[in-house]
Design a protein around this ligand. Structure first.
Ligand SMILES: Nc1ncnc2c1ncn2[C@@H]1O[C@H](COP(=O)(O)OP(=O)(O)OP(=O)(O)O)[C@@H](O)[C@H]1O
Ligand SMILES: [Mg+2]
Length: 339
């Protein structure tokens, strides 16, 4: 991979052990409505009691199959969705019950999101310059001259030629549009960026380029990332620690190396067994673990451990009791009765 910003900043990453975000028992249930009176007949338990923290300057990856609640978790923790329960502490402040006005004044700027399809959220009739400047105008940040300076700084940060300023979104490729999305997110000097499938729609070589830009910017600006993807190899590349989700719950959370070298949860083991490993002399290839049965619905998750219906190691206790999410080794958390 080439580093587009070419600063070799990898060594200067400042990572602390001071949490910038703490999520405690976060829950988001969507009501299921039916009939002519639109009565609530049930709930989709999209996120169901999730706890984790993110340290300043690090990247926490969130991975899991489609529908396990990754996007809902990302949106709920910044209050794009109203949480059903739980606490969200951002820079020590509990934002889970803050009013919209207070959120706008004190945290909205500090947390930005990057989505899979930046084209969907940008106005095709606006130029690159006005798309990136828009958040600064909306938030009354800087005067006109300062905005112009900030704009050229942002363009440079994501590797755009300043002469592109008057071009329209349709003139850009997928990777360039994602760089517009990043520049726009950075316009407000955020501390935390939540990237939800930010590179999932791009070709592998472009994915690498975007990830490199994100890593360089992280080192340069001290950014903290939550990087959400269904693609374990992408998450592996960028993350310091990884949370594995299944049916609305975090099953395992560990530093990347520990998770890959010693996955503890049977679900994580199955996920890892599905990704190809480069063959090394003397290293046994992982045996592919094929999970039995179908993925249950989050509207009707299994009792006890939500994974028990597909778990090769399930016993009676798994069918009856919800396993506690606990730290079984230093920094290695798992929700499984085997531990
Ligand atoms: N606004 C909503 N209203 C009702 N149900 C929703 C809503 N958003 C998500 N869900 C449901 O919540 C569950 C979790 O969805 P979510 O989009 O968070 O999963 P995901 O892990 O991001 O999946 P993917 O990998 O496909 O992006 C799914 O069953 C989904 O259908
Ligand atoms: Mg999603």
């Amino acid at each position: 991979m080439t580093a587009p910003l070419g600063k070799g900043v990898q060594d200067t990453v400042i990572k602390t052990t001071e949490p910038i975000l703490e999520v405690k028992n976060l829950t988001k249930h969507f009501p299921i409505k039916a009939g002519i009176f639109q009565r609530t007949v049930g709930h989709v338990k999209a996120v169901d009691g999730v706890s984790f923290f993110v340290n300043k300057g690090e990247t926490l990856g969130i991975v899991g199959e489609s529908g396990c609640g990754k996007s809902t978790a990302g949106r709920t923790l910044i209050r794009l969705y109203e949480p059903t329960g739980g606490d969200i502490l951002f820079k020590g402040k509990n934002i889970s019950k803050m009013s919209e006005g207070e959120l706008r004044r004190s945290v909205r700027k500090d947390i930005q999101m990057i989505f899979q399809d930046p084209y969907a959220s940008i106005n095709p009739r606006k130029t690159l310059g006005s798309i990136i400047s828009e958040p600064m105008i909306t938030h009354h940040l800087y005067n006109r001259q300062e905005r112009r300076e900030k704009l050229s700084e942002l363009l440079e940060m994501v590797g755009f030629n300043p002469s592109f300023i008057n071009r329209y979104p349709h003139e850009f490729s997928g990777g360039q549009r994602q760089r517009i999305g990043i520049a726009r997110a950075l316009a407000l000097n955020p501390d935390l960026i939540i990237a939800d499938e930010a590179v999932s729609a791009l070709d592998v070589s472009i994915q690498a380029q975007i990830i490199n830009i994100m890593q360089d910017l992280q080192a340069e600006l001290g950014l903290t990332y939550i990087f959400i993807s269904h693609d374990l190899s992408v998450v592996r590349h960028i993350s310091d620690r990884i949370a594995v989700m299944y049916l609305g719950k975090v099953m395992e959370l560990a530093p990347k190396k520990d998770l890959f070298e010693e996955p503890l949860h049977p679900y994580t083991q199955a996920l890892l067994s599905a990704i190809p490993v480069p063959r090394k002399k003397g290293v046994q290839a992982r045996e592919r673990i094929v999970l039995k049965g179908e993925l249950p619905s989050p509207a009707n998750p299994p009792q006890g451990c939500v994974f028990h219906t597909r778990c090769p190691a399930a016993t009676d206790i798994c069918r009856n009791a919800v396993p506690e999410f606990k730290e079984v080794k230093k920094d290695h958390f798992v929700a499984c009765h085997l531990f």
